[in-house]
Each structure stands twice: as C-alpha cells, then as structure tokens.
Ligand binder design. Structure first.
Ligand code: NOJ
Length: 487
C-alpha cells in the first residue's frame, strides 16, 4: 500500500467525516490504520450522492388533469378486487399540486438528488402520436423547482404506468410496437429535459412489472400469459430499454447519462468463504439472465435458453445489440437478499430457501439481509466491470402508527436502514464504485396492489388531510447525510 498518502487524496477516498477520525493515523504514516478508522466511523466517500425516490403513479394523483391519458394502473386499480381496499392512485399524495412543498421536505433532509418518474400517459396520452405539452410542463416545473433548491433531478422514464391505449392495441409489452413507442417517447423527453436533467433511467424493475403484471397477474395489466408469450414479453421489455438508450443518446444534450433501475435478484453467499462467494457470482449471472445479464452481455445465457427451450424468446442478433447498448451507470433497487450456497450441480450453486422463522419487515416479502447492499453492487461491479453504480431504491415498510404526540417512532426502519447502510459503506471501503443512494421513499404512497396499507416513507402522510410529518427515520437519514456517515 502507498504510504505516501496525501491529505487531499485521502479525503477523496474516505470522505471528510472520516478524515478527522483518521488524521492522527495518517500523520503517523499508517494508512492501514487510517482506513480502519474510516471504517469505524462508517464514513462514505466524499461527494457521495444522497437522495430519495418516488414514482409518478404512486404520488402524483391528478389522473385526469392537463390532458393525461389513462394508464394500465388506472384501469387495474379501478377493477374490483385488484388492490387492498380498492385503493387507487386517483389522488395518492396529490404531489402534482404539492410538489413545491415536497421539494422543501427534501431540502430539509439535506438530499442532493431526487429520483422521480415521468408518467408516459401525461406526455403521450395515447402512448405515441401527438405529444401533450401540458403533460411535460409538469416535469419542467418540477425540475426547475428541484434545481432552484440545489437538488439534482434523476428521471425514470417508465415506472409501470403504461398508456392504456398501448395495452389495448397489441397487448402492451407483449408487442414489439410498445418497445418502439417507448424508444420514441424516451427520445422526446430527453430532447426536452436534458438541458437540466443529467441522469435518465430507462425502465424501473423489469423483474417486478413484467413478472407480476404478465406472468403472475397481481399487478397491471393483470395477465397470466403462457410461457412462450411471456418470455417474448420479457424480451420486448429489454428491447424497449435498449431502444430508449439509443434514442436518449441521439436526442439528449452532450453529457447526459443513461442507465436503468433494476431489482435484480441479489445473490449473497450464505457464508463468506471462497466457494460460496464464487457460487453467488455465478448465481448473479444466471438468476438475472432474462434482464440484467442480457443487457450487460448481449446474449441470453445457455442455461436460460436451455431452461426455456421451446418457449424461448424469438430474437435477432440485431436485437441483442440494441439491448446491450452501453450504459453510463447501473441502478439497482435492493430490498432483500437471496442466499446462495455452492454445490456440485452443473451450475455450481443453489439458492437456500428461508426458514419460516426468517425475519421480515411489515411487507411479508421484505425479508431482511443488510449484506444485500454489499454483495449486490460488488457482484455487478465485478462481473460486468461497471464503473458507476447507484442504489436507486432501498428502504422498508413499517406499521407506522402515530404516537399520542402525533410523531411516528419508526425504530424498525432506523434499524433496517442503519444495518443496510453499514454494508453499503463496507462496499465503498472495498472500492466498489457506488456513487449514490436513493432512499425509498420520500413519503408514504400508493404501494401498488397493497394500496395504502404498507408505508415506506421517511415522511408520514395523513391521506385525509395530505399532511406530511417527518418520521424518526427522517431524522436518522438527515443526520447520516449531514455526517456523510452512518448515524
Ligand atoms: C419497488 C418499486 O420500484 C416501488 O414502486 C415500490 O413501491 C417499492 N419497491 C416498494 O415495494
């Protein structure tokens, strides 16, 4: 190790907070001790980007305003029996009208970035054809407000609110036309916003909207397609991503960066020894073959094609080239781990099922495993030589009942965040190139089929009055941001 570590260089790797903790060791010419001190202080690299995230249908409301067309989530949530208590996003957090107030919530937290999504049916009410300028205007206003408050806008182009017209004509993502329409929409938005928005995400969570919407049927559009049609739908989704990457590059101002936000299966070694660590790397490729791996490698793995056999997607080499268009960064949404152990099966790994006693947060699917925030980015960086990674979502649901004094003491969320962030900090000390973290979510919102029953916010929302109240976790997050270290 280089013992001639200058104060400036050290500050760059370790961040300012660690600097004071580590300086005596640096001065004494002992950089190993200095880095250990940074680890003890749980400090992030200087310039680490702290943010929060939301998505259009989950917060905006105003579904019939300013020419917005209907989306598949309007249709689905209005279909009896599809969401808990028949909840819809008609009003949600009324963010469409209250965005200025919500930007102030962000400012009070001290975040420097905000990840939001653009509702495709506001911009193209029919999915393609004529744009609706009033729809884009909302995002112009939001972006300007963010920038005026020193917060960088990170825009997601697809967070599940597909224009209903595209579902009606051709079956939504089942059709290649939707992938092509998505590319055109992405290019249009990039052309109009990239003077101010420097980071675009194409698609949020293939692993959720395709699987839950087109195979299991518990999300919009509520289909259970047979395997062949379903695998083709998966293919069209990654193709849409690639077409959007190309359209953004063709239409955006120079310097605009593009990536995606994917909820990969996060494969963690069940024991951190060599054999299991290698097994988790192999599992990362195979268990994400249909989305992240084909996007990174430009081919479906042999095992995926062998698994799907006659139901494999139909594709051309040209498709694979589009799908694997180079990205500037990778965003990963991380909530739960998948534990992996090495075995002597042909693929050399096996997922270990959780016992029934395995702990989870308020949402039963949200099993706890802070190590996911270490191994997720670490494996992406290692397998695909990715140089810029963002954690585009992490957070949890909690029962969040206001106490007699009106405050929400969400100690479970603080426990969750502190442990996950400690593992993320561990990744940064191991030089994994994680550049930022977006806490899900800024405020409670419409949690899809769970309606308003599961709350993920740092701010409690009283839906009757639309009052936002910071939870105790908001104080934790503010302090973490202020220190640039786990609080
Ligand atoms: C992932 C999704 O992107 C987001 O919309 C959802 O609310 C959170 N996870 C929590 O389930």
């Amino acid at each position: 190790m280089d013992h001639d570590i200058s104060r400036r260089n050290f500050a760059r790797i370790a961040g300012l907070g660690a600097l004071s903790a580590a300086l005596p060791a640096v001065a004494a010419g002992k950089p190993e001790e200095a880095s250990a001190a940074a680890a003890r202080a749980r400090t992030f690299p200087r310039g680490f980007l702290w943010g929060t995230a939301t998505a259009s249908y989950q917060v905006e409301g105003a579904v019939n305003e300013d020419g917005r067309g209907p989306s598949i989530w309007d249709t689905f949530s209005h279909t009896p029996g599809k969401t808990v208590n028949g909840a819809t996003g008609d009003v949600a957090d009324d963010h469409y009208h209250r965005y200025k107030q919500d930007v102030q919530l962000m400012k009070a937290l001290g975040v420097k970035a905000y990840r939001f999504s653009i509702a495709w049916p506001r911009v193209f009410p029919q999915g393609s054809g004529s744009p609706n300028p009033k729809g884009l205007d909302f995002y112009n206003r939001l972006v300007d407000e963010l920038l005026a408050n020193g917060i960088a806008p990170f825009a997601t182009l697809y967070h599940w609110d597909l224009p209903q017209a595209l579902q009606d004509n051709g079956g939504g993502w089942e059709s290649r036309d939707t992938a092509e329409a998505f590319g055109r929409y992405a290019g249009y938005v990039a052309q109009h916003l990239s003077d101010r928005v420097k980071h675009f995400f194409t698609i949020n969570e293939f692993g959720a909207f395709v699987e839950l919407g087109y195979r299991i049927g518990i999300h919009a559009p509520g289909l259970q397609l047979p395997p062949g049609r379903f695998n083709q739908t998966r293919h069209h989704a990654v193709l849409g991503h690639g077409l959007a990457v190309q359209a953004i590059r063709a239409n955006a101002k120079p310097g605009t960066k593009v990536g995606l936000a994917e909820n990969m299966t996060i494969c963690c070694p069940v024991i951190e020894d060599d054999a299991n660590i290698r097994a988790a790397e192999r599992a990362t490729r195979e268990m994400n073959a249909q989305y992240m791996t084909v996007i990174q490698e430009g081919r479906y793995t042999d095992a995926y094609l062998a698994r799907t056999v006659a139901d494999s997607p139909k594709f051309t080499p040209a498709d694979l080239k589009v799908i694997s268009s180079p990205l500037d960064f990778v965003g990963i949404n991380i909530y739960t781990p998948t534990w992996i152990r090495a075995d002597d099966s042909p693929l050399g790994f096996t997922p270990v099922p959780n016992p029934s006693s395995y702990p989870h947060m308020a949402s039963s699917w949200l099993t706890i495993g802070p190590e996911a925030l270490y191994w997720g980015p670490r494996n992406v960086a290692k397998l695909w030589k990715v140089k810029e990674i963002y954690i585009t979502e992490n957070g949890c649901s909690s029962s969040d009942v206001p106490a007699a004094d009106g405050k929400v003491y969400d100690t479970d969320r603080i426990m969750y965040l502190r442990n996950y962030l400690t593992q993320l900090q561990r990744a940064t000390t191991d030089a994994v190139p994680v550049k930022g973290y977006f806490c899900w979510s800024l405020m409670d919102n419409f949690e899809w089929a769970d309606g308003y029953t599961n709350r993920f916010g740092l701010h409690y929302v009283d839906y009757a009055t639309q009052t936002r109240t910071p939870k105790l976790s908001a104080s934790f997050y503010r302090e973490t941001i202020r220190r640039n270290a786990v609080a």
